[in-house]
Design a binder for this molecule. Structure first.
Ligand SMILES: NC(=O)c1ccc[n+]([C@@H]2O[C@H](COP(=O)([O-])OP(=O)(O)OC[C@H]3O[C@@H](n4cnc5c(N)ncnc54)[C@H](OP(=O)(O)O)[C@@H]3O)[C@@H](O)[C@H]2O)c1
Length: 347
């Protein structure tokens, strides 16, 4: 499987690392032979149809140069769109920064990949939050796969658990703590009596929160994940504007104290209940499995037959999220193998 990697940051490097580390095992166990033939970054690209050496690229990056400075295969200045169009590959892995205003540059990268017959794996929530119904339709029209398991729960397989393990049941509602930054802030406030501003500053010092933290604390990141869960798991074709969203700026220490007296705490919950997609600070019992601390994420699926099922795990991290990318690549590999078998049996 030839892969074009677009974006060589935290997740992109995780992808090259995990493919290199698990290469032998996957080739042996799954007949899966991944080869990264191009990596496009903001400054240009490196292209080698025979496969690239991530170790050499890492050394270039560590010396402070863009990867396109690679003396053998570097192509300074070539835009990612040209790489996607011109390089022969089966899959594009899109891991550029999220943008919830217009989803660019990822939206153009993904649509270009589809139009040139390439499958896409992405961890970027932007295009899905703003245009998921249109993108899934476009993928289908072009007869390619779109996979995005790293967008919800990082490496924790929340989407797969719901889609595959609960396939025999009916999911009635979903509730989740889907953002580690806000969970860290609320945990600090409730467990250590720290005010909102101080907890936010601590999160920023520890690298959990961006300097511009609005995406997290105003609930946008959680809302993006609710959109993805809605479309993919509940089959409701919505976009970001359909989510009723409140962030955590106004959660006070007094409100947390009052909740504690009732054996509860306040968490930022993303939910889909009776079809309604919502993000808001919500009181939940401290002894509920969903009530996780720190940067952990958790999700509860309420089902018709198996009652409540809760999954807990790290919601982010470069290598964790890269493991979700590898999971998606294996899924595509499996689907392509099935396609080939079906075609052979028809012919
Ligand atoms: N990190 C996580 O734990 C995590 C977890 C789940 C999902 N995600 C999502 O995964 C995506 C990648 O995250 P990340 O943490 O790896 O971000 P990152 O470290 O900021 O890396 C993004 C990379 O994309 C490059 N880039 C920016 N614009 C580009 C363009 N027009 N064409 C080609 N490359 C471009 C950046 O280059 P420069 O550095 O030169 O600007 C950088 O190498 C984001 O959408 C994020 O929300 C991340």
């Amino acid at each position: 499987m030839r892969i074009i990697l677009v974006g060589y940051g935290v997740v992109g490097k995780g992808v090259t690392t995990i493919i290199a580390r698990r290469y032998a095992e996957k080739v042996k166990g799954y007949g899966f032979n991944p080869k990264i033939v191009a990596i496009a970054d903001i400054d240009g690209a490196v292209i080698n149809p025979r496969g690239l050496s991530p170790q050499k690229l890492e050394e270039i990056k560590q010396r402070g140069y863009p990867i396109s400075k690679d003396p053998d295969f570097g192509r300074p200045g070539i835009p990612a769109l040209d790489v996607i169009e011109s390089v022969e590959a089966e899959v594009v892995v899109e891991v550029t920064p999220v943008n919830i205003k217009n989803a660019e540059p990822a939206l153009s990268h993904i649509t270009k990949a589809f139009k040139t017959g390439k499958h896409v794996v992405t961890t970027n929530k932007g295009p899905l939050a703003l245009a998921m119904p249109a993108l899934t339709e476009l993928a289908e029209y072009n007869n390619v796969y779109l996979r995005f398991s790293g967008t919800v729960g990082g490496g924790t397989p929340m989407l797969e658990f719901a889609k595959r393990c609960l396939a025999g049941d009916r999911i009635l509602a979903i509730r989740g703590i889907l953002n580690g930054t806000t969970n860290y802030i609320l945990t600090e406030m409730s467990q250590n009596g720290v005010g909102f501003q101080e907890a936010l500053a601590n999160a920023q010092k520890l690298g959990y929160a961006e300097r511009e933290p609005s995406m997290d604390i105003d609930g946008c990141d959680t809302a993006c994940k609710v959109v993805i869960l809605s479309n993919w798991i509940m089959n409701q074709k919505i976009t970001l504007k359909d989510v009723d969203r409140t962030g955590i700026r106004n959660v006070s220490l007094e409100a947390l104290d009052e909740a504690a007296k009732r054996g509860n705490t306040i968490k930022l919950i993303g939910s889909i209940d009776e079809g309604k997609p919502t993000v808001k600070p919500t009181e939940i019992p401290k002894n509920h499995p969903l009530c996780v601390s720190g940067v952990l994420n958790a999700i509860t699926f309420s089902t018709e037959y198996a009652a409540e099922q809760t999954l807990i795990g790290r919601g982010a991290g470069g290598i964790e999220t890269a493991s979700a990318v590898l999971r998606d690549l294996l899924d595509i590999r499996h689907k392509l193998a099935n396609r080939m078998l079906n075609n052979n049996s028809e012919s």
